[in-house]
Design a protein around this ligand. Sequence first.
Ligand code: SF4
Length: 75
Amino acid sequence: MSNDEQIAHADRAVCAGSGLCAYVAPNHFEVRDGVVAVIRARIAPSDSTQVTEAIDSCPTRALSLRAAAEPSGES
Ligand code: SF4
């Protein structure tokens, strides 16, 4: 696994349901019952620009990227 791989994360408590992320990156985000859902968390390098645009377009800053190789607290 590459250290460059990233995972999309959505804070559903912060999401306002605008749908902008789903419009910009429909392969990764959708809105269900007025709240964002991450439908594909792992970001392929070819999708990273689109997902970054979606993150930047979110009016409530509910979206973020995390490193796939980020330690989860387990050793
Ligand atoms: S752009 Fe932000 S506020 Fe709008 S649906 Fe996506 S996560 Fe929610």
